[in-house]
Design a binder for this molecule. Sequence first.
Ligand SMILES: [Zn+2]
Length: 103
Amino acid sequence: MMTTATFAIFVLLGAIAGAALASYSGVVAGRGWRASTTGRSFCDGCGRSLRWWELLPVASYLALRGRCSRCASRIPPSLLATELAGSLVGGGVALLVIAVAGR
Ligand SMILES: [Zn+2]
């Protein structure tokens, strides 16, 4: 038996995992905002190390309104698009798992 709350949390977790994965692959694919070869993420404009809350996919982009909090350099909208696409895929996968496992 799966309640609506469990269902929502499961899909949400899938979406977050998908967004995080997409964000990570974006870092691997090309340098830019959050780009890092050492594991530390930083702003491409001012070199400032990003705080943990600035690394949250989608949420941090919205919180910062697409700009670095110190130098106001633009965060590429493609990053947000990548993370949104990833969250859709992750949520879709979670739905699939529920559909398969929940029978
Ligand atoms: Zn900056």
